[in-house]
Write a protein that binds this ligand. Structure first.
Ligand code: GUN
Length: 298
């Protein structure tokens, strides 16, 4: 049997960003509108620092304005809510992203609910969660949206496929399930209390792994020909390298899974780049919506 196709998230994301940049160009030249994305980070979490640097760079590379707000780890909830209010009122800001996790003294849910839902490019506000669950047209969380675009590029017809999502987070698992339901998949969500995860996996035409446990999903659990999307970003010691060197690996045992799967995303180079590209896409959608411009006319 031949090995799985490797889904090139970097190439797909580059194509998506090209489309975003073209729409931004049209917004500027035809409508005098430059979309703006504000990213807020509280504290010094090193992984978050890397993420937001990449987000800011790609935002400006696609022609949009990037506004960065770096706040001290000791910032109070009221101070952060004050900044969110200012960004809500700022007409140059079309998208607001508050990087998670936030320090313990801050109530994350309260901050998410303070963001104007029309500027909520993360899709975490309850209004957007509700719109996704009821078939409405809101802003969709970036990582599951990126996974869906990869699946659409890879699978001729999603309708009727058995999709298993491993992980039930609000950021990935649950919105992914909603998106695949919308595509008429038969959706199952598995989690840490699922009784026979191997059996659930062996039944899945589409498997989205989003648990954050390195190599939890074994190669011989994959149904032959299945399409596997690995959202895991696990930092583990690099074997044989010593010196505290680390590597990034997914939730799926990649080397074994490629022998059975029809197609699979690598880690790194799979879902990660698509998440940022979808953030840019959401920022353009938000800017169009706020300006009363039909995005599809661009
Ligand atoms: N931290 C890790 N992933 C995300 C994300 O998608 N959005 C936000 N705001 N913070 C995150």
């Amino acid at each position: 049997m031949s090995e799985a196709r490797i889904i090139d998230g970097r190439a797909l994301a580059a194509k998506l960003r090209e489309g975003v940049a073209a729409r931004v160009e049209t917004l500027k030249s035809k409508h005098g509108l430059t979309p703006g994305l504000a990213v807020v980070i509280v504290g010094e979490n090193p992984a978050s620092q890397i993420y937001i640097r990449n987000k800011a760079r790609m935002t400006t590379e696609s022609g949009m304005n990037s506004f960065e707000h770096r706040l001290l780890a000791t910032t109070t909830q009221d101070e952060l809510l004050g900044l969110v209010e200012k960004l809500n009122d700022d007409s140059a800001v079309h998208g607001i992203l508050v990087q998670l996790p936030l320090p313990d003294q801050i109530d994350e849910a309260a901050v998410m609910e303070a963001i104007n839902p029309e500027k909520d490019v993360d899709g975490f506000h309850l209004v957007n969660v509700g719109l996704l669950a009821t078939g409405g047209d809101g802003l969709v969380p970036c990582t599951p949206l990126g996974c869906l675009l990869m699946l659409r590029a890879e699978v001729d017809e999603l309708k009727g496929k058995r999709a298993l999502i491993v992980g039930r987070s609000n950021i990935v698992g649950k919105p992914m399930a909603q998106l695949l339901l919308r595509e008429h998949c038969t959706v199952t969500i598995a989690h840490s209390r699922t009784r026979d995860l191997a059996a659930e996996c062996r039944n899945a035409d589409i498997l989205v792994a989003a648990v954050g446990v390195a190599h939890l999903i074994k190669g011989d659990w994959i149904k032959p020909g299945a399409v596997v999307i690995d959202v895991g970003q696990n930092v583990v010691p690099a074997p044989g390298k010593g010196d505290g060197k680390t590597q990034l690996i997914g939730d799926v045992e990649f080397e074994a899974a490629i022998k059975t799967a029809g197609a699979i995303t690598p880690v790194p180079g799979g879902v990660g780049p698509m998440t940022i590209a979808c953030l840019l896409k959401n920022t353009v959608s938000a800017a169009c919506r706020q300006a009363g411009i039909n995005e599809h006319s661009l």
